[in-house]
Each structure stands twice: as C-alpha cells, then as structure tokens.
Design a protein around this ligand. Structure first.
Ligand SMILES: Cc1cc2nc3c(=O)[nH]c(=O)nc-3n(C[C@H](O)[C@H](O)[C@H](O)COP(=O)(O)O)c2cc1C
Length: 377
C-alpha cells in the first residue's frame, strides 16, 4: 500500500499558456475535474491499493471498463498510451467467439496486440460449456484475463438468459465461472462483472452474495461490482454504499468498483470511500482517455493534466487512424462520430463541435472538422 496525497490545485497552476489561449474556462472538462476556484489547496490522504488480478499485478488501480460499442482495439490502445494500466474489451457473446475463425470480424473484435497488454476479454453466455470453449479461444488469441459478464441489462440479453439475468440464477452463474476457470490455463485470471442485483429485493441481495462467494470459491481472481441493479439500467445513482459493504465482506479478495466515475477525482474518491482495490472508468473514459493520466497525477499530488487543443487533435487523429485500420473507412466514420461527440465535451465550444461531429459521413469530412475546430488560433 502506498500512501499518496490527493491534492486539488488552483486552476491557474493547471493550465499552460496554450490552454489559456484556447479559453477552456467553463468547459465541461473543468467542471468534470472539479477544479476549485479558490486559492487554498485542500488535500486528502489516500492509501492507494496495489491492484492484483490473480497473477497479474497492475501499477495503478484505475483501469478501463468493458464498454460495448466503444472499447475496441483503437480505444484500448489510446487508453493504454494515456496511462490505463489495464483495459477490457467490449463484451462478446460466447457463440459469436465460437463462430468466427478469421477475417474482418476477428480483426475487429478479437484482436489484442502486445502494445495494449495486459488486456481482458469479456464473455457473456448462458451455457457453461460454450463459455468455457469461447474462453479458451480468447486466451489463444492473446487476452490476458477472461471476465464473465453478469451485469448486462439489455432486454434482449436478459430474455436469452444471459448477462444480468444470471444474477437471479446463482447456480448457473457459479457453474459458468467454474467451467471457464477450469478451461483456461491456471495463470490466466478469471474475473466476474456483477451488478448489485436484479432489483432491490432481499432475494436479489442474497443471490448477489451467493454468487460472489461462489465464484471466489471456484477460483475467480476478482469481482467488479457496478452499484446499480439490472432494473435500474443506467438510471439513478450507483450505490457506493453497497460497493463498500461488498469490499468489507470480501476482506482480502479483490473487488473493483464501478458506477458514476465520470472524473479522475471520482475514481480516487471511490477507492477512498469504499476501500475497493481498484475501479473501472467507463463512461468517464469515453472521449476523455486522459482520465487515466489525470488520476495518476491527482494520486501523486500533482495537478491533473488538461489536454490542450493540440493534444486533443493529436489523439483524435490517432484514434481515427487506428479505427480506420481496424474497421475500414465507413465503419470507422460511424464509430468515430460517436467518439467525436464525446471528445467534444473537452472543447471550449462543445456544442458547435458536437454538431460538426454529428454530420460526419466520410474521412474527408472528419479531417476537415479537425482542421476547422482543432487548430490553435
Ligand atoms: C455504452 C456502454 C457500454 C457498456 N458495455 C459494457 C460491457 O460491454 N460490459 C460490461 O461489463 N459493462 C458494460 N457497461 C457498463 C460499464 O462498464 C459500467 O459498469 C457502467 O457504465 C457504470 O459506470 P459509469 O457510471 O462510471 O459509466 C457499459 C456501459 C455503457 C454506458
């Protein structure tokens, strides 16, 4: 356990001259970082945990969450370059993994490269034998960790007995994790993603703890807990109180927290308030891959990095280049339109830039938009 100071710095110490010229004042980023407008420097002491996923030791406890539709290879590479110690790929259906063997789909969804490792693959299914076979395939593809999803709240997924549905079926859920654990090499950590229950009922809560204890008994290395119920989907707050309770129950067993981590500061606050071993940045990392650098800076008692327009442009250019190489120009445009909208929150004129990203249909328009909005005056 390393002790560090989390310190908020006065705004003027955070920005260099370029930031000031770009007039970022009042942008969402500033609010997100919750940079104080006062001159005193409040500090808090935080014991940073050493995050371990089984045999995998990570040098920082803020990692990138699994994000369907987002955490593809390009997003993960960018996150790693900007300080994420570990990233998770988008959730994959066991049957999808088993059905693809080569071609573009493998390149898009089952690709992992040395630069981004360690990287976790996430699986979702309802049959333990299929999940186990798919897990083996993902390990062979190069993923370092297999995570099993018991959290997805999408209706179609629930209807097929997968994801969050399994929080109501402890026996099946534990069986899936046990079979995956048995199937992959012992040195590959198996982790589990759970919401705090199907709903707020007592039964749901009991099921949570039955699954939580059961998967650890069968060799899970860690559990990631999202403090919302399946019924909540993304409404209302994530219960950090529940996450704290779970960590207290877990003792030495590794727990990562998830939910409402929109800023670097929130990531560190969750660790401080709940005692978890790590946290997964999800929506807070979409369009702000600097969140990892910012969290590292805050944890070291330094001012969080606020990316300049030039830095934002460089990352947008690189993100698009990686997306084009992965998905081809047409799909890359569709994907990057979504990302662009999120990146625009960091821009001094977020509404105008958002509107510009919304209309992008081809790589030429992408480049023109960056030229127009991301060139320093
Ligand atoms: C667009 C989107 C896609 C997501 N995809 C996944 C996924 O593939 N696997 C998963 O376990 N969780 C997924 N989640 C849940 C997040 O990992 C995270 O638990 C949740 O968003 C709560 O964190 P936040 O409030 O900080 O965003 C997704 C969330 C969003 C918003």
């Amino acid at each position: 356990m390393g002790i560090c100071q989390v310190r908020e710095c006065p705004k003027k110490r955070v920005w260099n001259s370029r930031h000031r010229r770009a007039n970022l004042g009042g942008s969402l980023l500033e609010n997100d970082l919750q940079l104080p407008r006062m001159t005193s420097i409040p500090t808090m002491t935080l014991q940073l945990p050493q995050l371990r996923l089984g045999s995998l030791e990570l040098d920082f406890p803020v990692v990138q969450a699994a994000l369907a539709g987002y955490s593809d290879w390009p997003m993960r590479v960018i996150a790693r370059r900007l300080g994420a110690p570990y990233t998770m790929a988008e959730v994959l259906l066991d049957r999808f993994v088993l059905s693809v063997s080569r071609g573009r789909k493998v390149g898009r969804y089952i690709r992992v490269t040395d630069e981004e490792r360690p990287c976790g693959a996430q699986l979702m299914g309802s049959a333990s034998d299929e999940c186990a076979a798919a897990a083996v395939k993902l390990v062979e593809a190069g993923f370092d960790v297999i995570d099993v999803n018991f959290g997805c709240p999408v209706k179609k997924v629930i209807g097929k007995g997968r994801g969050g549905y399994l929080l109501g079926e402890p026996k099946t859920a534990i069986e899936i994790v046990a079979r995956v654990r048995d199937a992959v090499p012992p040195e590959v950590p198996v982790t589990v993603k759970m919401r705090r229950g199907v709903d707020d009922s007592r039964q749901s809560r009991d099921n949570f703890y039955t699954i939580f204890d059961g998967v650890f008994q069968h060799g899970a290395a860690a559990v990631i807990v999202h403090g919302r119920t399946v019924r909540q989907r993304y409404d209302g707050k994530s219960s950090w109180q529940f996450v704290r309770e779970v960590k207290r129950h877990a003792g030495d067993r590794t727990v990562l927290g998830s939910g409402d981590l929109f800023t670097a500061r929130k990531c560190l606050e969750m660790i401080a308030q709940t005692g978890v071993d790590g946290v997964t940045a999800a929506r807070g990392a979409i369009g702000n891959p600097w969140i990892f650098q910012q969290a590292r800076a805050l944890a070291a008692g330094l001012a969080p990095i606020v990316p300049t327009l030039e830095q934002q442009r460089d990352v947008l250019v690189e993100h698009f280049r990686l997306a084009e190489a992965t998905h081809g120009p047409t799909r890359a445009c569709r994907r990057m339109r979504k990302f662009g909208i999120e990146y625009s929150r960091l821009h001094p004129q977020p509404d105008a830039v958002r509107a510009a990203f919304l209309t992008i249909a081809n790589p030429v328009q992408w480049r023109k938009t960056l030229e127009q909005w991301y060139t320093e005056p």
